[in-house]
Design a protein. Sequence first.
Length: 167
Amino acid sequence: MAAETLNRAPPLAPDRLERVLGWAALALLAAALAAIARGHASWAMVPPAIWLHLGTVIVALVLTPVILWQKRGTRRHRALGYIWTAAMFISAVDSFWILETNHGRFSAIHLLSAFVAVQTPRLILTARAHDHAAHRRTVRGLVIGGLLTAGALTFPFHRLLGRWLLG
């Protein structure tokens, strides 16, 4: 076990991109929470699948800067990473039951959901294999594509959060 510990690379410090991604996640979180608060009159009409989706996305948005900005390789990083990964995976799978916006059919945003559903297991596998470079690339791809891009796309095009936030 001691030799295994010696072979591990030191934890990677957050770089500029990861700091920016953390701030972007916080900005998106603020917009989502503002939209949810403004839409309180319509809460009773929101299907459970959307509430589950919003809840898991909020967990991921809250944890993104915490995980990206902290020391890597610790038990805390690993535990929060599992929670973040589960939230992302559940959110992606749950989105396949959210079909209100596109007249009961899948929309282009569901491609990002498929991407997240495929990449989250890869995220865990790269972490367990101590493949830091692949793990970091996968995290960045999930944050940029599956969280920030998909999240930003929930505000335009007459989608629920956009209607709530922008009236």
